[in-house]
Design a protein around this ligand. Structure first.
Ligand code: CA
Length: 456
């Protein structure tokens, strides 16, 4: 539904690395991470697939079921792909039946399905725009997302506590995933999943991946977990409150309400939230262990130690002078490593491998993991991350970004809205201002920038 602008903190290596669970890569491929509001707020997607195949894509490749590489294919840009798409569906149906699907169900499922060019446009419109972790967090843990999450925790407390008891995953973490994936159920996606998956499978780029999603989506209909009319998702097939793609749904979704249906689309989020907890539990989540803790490093800290492979107990890190922001040793929750999400710009985290990795299996981008983890902490009442900045380098808070946007607008910059969010438009206008004033045009909304524009 609402998937536009895309930020990419890509962790391609995480996708290529070996994975323990069959679905890990697929989960990492989801178009998740979209802090945006239901009211048309900016949508962020840290979507690792985007950079994998930034090439021209063949549009119509009649008769090639599951074709997935675009190398030798000619471009048929002039003609409508509809006829080729319908031939592709006709060729796909026997494959679906062979996979165990009922022929009559397959016929019904494809009735009225058309090539959806909007899906293809979204798929092609990726990777223009990068956020700093601070810009990302400003959106992921905006005042509204924190307040709405606390309200959801109150509203669904008994259910979330029951899920926490059953799966051993804290209710705030489950709620944080919900908040980032669909803004607590407000942006679940409105695409017909059969149509979107068929279009992407036919289209060619990662065709076999989407053909598998299509088969898994058909199986959902065959089991009767939901109806054809309700089988909705994002353009890339992420479904329901916590945005499972069909193959992940197949492996990990659970029926928590006990009605025999794994209904992650329902207004009642129980099944979706329990499915998320089940997935995190299967991915190694340890209850009571933090995902990460912001830390202070001693002067002269050997930055070569900040790598995932260098793991120590917090008490051993403390011997090297690494403490929490109050200067105390972090408790020995488990093995931890030091992470600089910005290559050192203003933030150092001690991350606890087991839980960081569990969230990573939902989406492999560091920004996503930190966004979920920090939103969960905020829902528990924790303060915002502090950071460690050179004078003037501190990123702006939501209210300060609004002030910056107003000032830019007053100076004639084409700001589309004053929303306290750093989207592509705001970033472009900041860059324009910086260029005009002889500043480094990095689009970074810092305290120094706000001071600069106030003085003009
Ligand atoms: Ca159910």
């Amino acid at each position: 539904m609402l998937q536009k602008g895309l930020g990419l903190s890509l962790i391609i290596t995480a996708l290529c690395g070996s994975v323990a669970l069959a679905s890990t890569v697929e989960l990492s491929l989801r178009p998740v991470l979209r802090p945006g509001s239901g009211a048309g707020g900016e949508v962020v997607s840290v979507r690792p697939i985007a950079a994998l195949a930034p090439t021209l894509r063949p549009v119509a490749r009649p008769g090639r079921a599951g074709a997935q590489d675009g190398r030798a294919a000619p471009l048929h840009l002039a003609s409508s792909p509809e006829a080729g798409f319908q031939r592709w569906i006709a060729a796909f149906k026997p494959r679906a039946v062979q996979a165990g699907l009922d022929p009559a169900l397959v016929e019904r499922a494809f009735r009225g399905i058309r090539y959806n060019s909007e899906v293809i446009a979204r798929d092609g419109n990726q990777a223009e725009f990068t956020k700093t972790i601070w810009e990302y967090l400003a959106n992921a843990t905006s005042d509204k997302r924190v307040a709405d999450g606390q309200q959801m925790l109150r509203k669904h407390r008994r259910k979330l506590e029951a899920i926490e008891r059953k799966y051993g995953v804290e209710k705030e973490i489950v709620t944080a995933v919900w908040g980032l994936e669909s803004f607590y159920g407000n942006i679940k996606g409105d695409y017909n999943v059969i149509e979107a998956m068929a279009t992407l499978a036919y289209d060619g780029r990662r065709g076999e991946f989407f053909a598998k999603q299509l088969l898994a989506a058909l199986k959902i209909l065959q089991r009767g977990d939901t109806t054809a009319a309700q089988l909705k998702g994002s353009w890339a097939g992420a479904m329901g409150h916590t945005q499972f793609i069909p193959t992940s749904y197949e492996l990990f979704a659970v029926d928590f309400t006990g009605d025999g249906k794994r209904d992650i689309w329902s207004n009642d989020p129980s099944d979706a939230l329990a499915s998320t907890a089940a997935y995190l539990a299967r991915s190694g989540w340890q209850k009571g262990m933090p995902w990460g803790v912001e830390v202070r490093l001693p002067a002269g800290f050997n930055r070569g130690l900040a790598r995932r492979k260098t793991q120590k107990m917090p008490s051993d890190w403390a011997k090297l002078g690494v403490t929490d922001m109050q200067g105390r040793a972090v408790r020995d929750f488990g093995a931890a490593s030091i992470l600089f999400p910005e290559g050192g710009r203003g933030l150092a985290l001690m991350i606890f491998e087991k839980n960081f990795r569990a969230i990573e299996r939902y989406n492999a981008a560091d920004a996503y993991v930190i966004g979920v983890g920090h939103l969960a902490d905020r829902l528990k009442g924790a303060a915002p991350l502090i950071g460690n900045f050179a004078p003037g380098e501190r990123p702006l808070r939501e209210d300060e970004i609004k002030e910056l946007q107003r000032l830019l607008k007053n100076k004639g910059h084409a700001l589309e809205k004053i929303d306290g969010k750093i989207g592509p438009n705001t970033k472009a206008q900041i860059k324009a201002y910086q260029s005009r004033n002889g500043l480094t045009a990095d689009g970074y909304a810092s305290e120094a920038l706000l001071e600069h524009i106030k003085r003009r």
